[in-house]
Design a protein around this ligand. Structure first.
Ligand code: NAD
Length: 489
């Protein structure tokens, strides 16, 4: 493990309501807050202020007023303000990157990519906001004029998690703003500061007050208040399938539109004709990114029996070579897990697999007793009912399984209720095509990991949710379609 950790300052995090940064208002005599921990050291690095019910009411009023203002701002003006926010984010990136690493754990290069990618996402949605076209439909009768108009849905309630504190938030805020909506974002309580820095970029760009609001607190209390509230017209959530189903049910009970970006358990199929070295290099790189806490992480390696031993040896070697340490050390490849829950989950998943007869090729244990570090772990010879083969691992554990027939591997790929991402490695166009058609997944990537660019759709099917957070489809979630027909005008 690497240990050099340069000193960086870390901000306390407040709420942003109606264009003002403020502490949570007092409830029963005291304002609620929670400590922010550095997962590399478990030290307290800052304080996060919580919203009370009164603060949420203020945010709702602000967002309603913000919507009334923002929907009237011409698309070209909205575009200019958003582009400015992107520029500000780029200018501030080197200050934001260590903040993201300190609260979330990911290595600096990954934090840098996330921050700069956010600017790219804002730019893309800014542009897309200029291309919100309606249409005219040919009439059946003389004098009738039929048109289709796209209008912003209104106030959005958004809930984003801790694994990509900037990236998960920027997709929702940017699509909402590009469409002309206002937003109340409940950011991630464990990694709030980098999310707040993102919001500061919109603020500094001059987005009118009340259009973007940021709150933190008890997730269940906030979602159960905001989702049914009549001011909120659209709900968007990124997080676990379990919570997503609860929030989608609540939204359904109140007839609110939803986008649900939930968990996955992505199959990565290495076919007989694959370039195995290429597959090992890319899959190990993708798997240990953000210590495996990525919804589209390749999590079930399914390798043709003829390549299996080579793949297992190569992948195990790659796992052993991952340099684990404090993300602030520039040489670190994999940081700590983001919170203690993930370490406990890794220990439980490993113990379960081993108890059911799995072979531990490398890793399998927590590193040290300070910081939430877990070894890159490779397991083989797994029982079908091992939890790791059935639950989203969300950590640096890799199960590898051999397959013989292509029918069997497609069945295995589709076996779980998840359907977010799927990967294949093959040199056959026919195999790639067949895999892409038959795999039940919102996204398919063959011979590379080409997902999550702003211009391509991003979303899952089955228990992985619905709706897209990328590509032109992402805008659909934030607009209502209105049909207008007139006669004789
Ligand atoms: P969790 O299920 O308690 O929380 C997941 C996320 O949902 C967190 O951001 C949390 O703040 C939020 N949340 C929880 N209850 C909520 C509620 N009632 N209303 C609104 N938001 C709520 O678990 P966790 O320990 O934080 O994360 C573990 C699991 O969550 C992982 O195993 C993974 O499956 C999933 N997860 C998925 C993503 C993703 O990108 N899709 C991101 C983070 C976590």
């Amino acid at each position: 493990m690497s240990s050099a950790t340069p000193a960086h300052s870390f901000p306390d995090v407040q709420l942003f309501i109606d264009g003002v940064w403020r502490e949570g208002s007092r409830h029963e005599g005291k304002a609620a807050s929670q400590p922010i921990l550095n997962p590399a050291t478990e030290e307290e690095i800052g304080t996060l202020h919580h919203a009370s019910r009164a603060d949420l009411d203020d945010a709702l009023v602000a967002a309603e007023k913000g919507f009334a203002v923002w929907k009237r701002v011409p698309a070209h003006e909205r575009y200019k303000l958003m582009r400015k926010a992107a520029e500000i984010l780029r200018e501030r990136a080197e200050d934001i990157v260590p903040i993201l690493t300190m609260e979330q754990g990911k290595p600096l290069p990954e934090a840098r990519i996330e921050t700069l990618a956010a600017a790219d996402i804002i730019d893309w949605f800014a542009e897309e906001g200029r291309r919100q076209y309606g249409r005219v439909i040919a009439p059946r009768a003389e004098g009738v004029h039929q048109q289709v108009i796209r209008e912003p849905v209104g106030v959005v309630a958004a809930f984003t998690p801790w694994n990509f504190p900037i990236n998960q938030a920027v997709r929702k805020i940017s699509a909402a703003l590009a469409a002309g909506c206002s937003i109340i974002l409940k950011g991630p309580e464990e990694t709030p500061a980098s999310c707040a820095e993102l919001v500061k970029a919109y603020e500094a760009a001059g987005i009118p007050k009340g259009v973007v609001n940021l709150v933190f607190g008890s997730p269940a209390e906030i979602s159960s208040y905001l989702i049914p509230h009549p001011t909120v017209k659209k709900v968007t959530f990124t997080g676990s399938t379990v919570v997503g189903k609860q929030l989608a049910a609540l939204a359904g009970a109140h007839m609110k539109r939803v986008t649900m970006e939930l968990g996955g358990h992505a199959p990565a199929v290495v076919f007989e004709d694959a370039d195995v070295e290429h597959a090992i290099k890319l899959l190990s790189g993708a798997k240990f990114r953000n210590a495996g806490q990525v919804c589209v992480s390749p999590t079930r390696m399914l390798v043709h029996e003829n390549l299996y031993e080579r793949f297992v040896d190569g992948f195990t070697e790659a796992a052993k070579n991952v340099k684990v340490g404090d993300g602030l050390d520039e040489s670190t490849r994999m940081g700590p897990l983001a919170n203690a829950r993930r370490v406990e989950a890794m220990e439980a998943l490993t113990a379960d697999a081993l108890a059911k007869g799995a072979t531990l090729r490398t890793g399998g244990a927590r590193i040290g007793n300070k910081g939430y570090y877990f070894q890159p772990t490779v397991l083989t010879d797994l029982a079908a009912d091992s939890r790791i083969l059935n639950e989203e691992p969300f950590g640096p554990i890799v199960p590898i399984m051999p397959f013989t027939s292509e029918e069997a591997v497609i069945a295995e790929a589709n076996r779980l209720p998840y359907g977010l991402a799927a990967y294949a490695y093959t040199t056959s166009h026919k195999r790639a095509d067949e895999f892409a058609r038959r795999v039940e997944s919102g996204m398919v990537s063959v011979n590379h990991h080409g997902l999550a660019l702003p211009e391509v759709p991003f979303g899952g099917i089955k228990d992985s949710g619905f709706g897209s957070e990328g590509g032109i489809e992402a805008m659909d979630a934030y607009v209502n379609t209105k049909f207008v027909t007139t006669l004789g005008l």
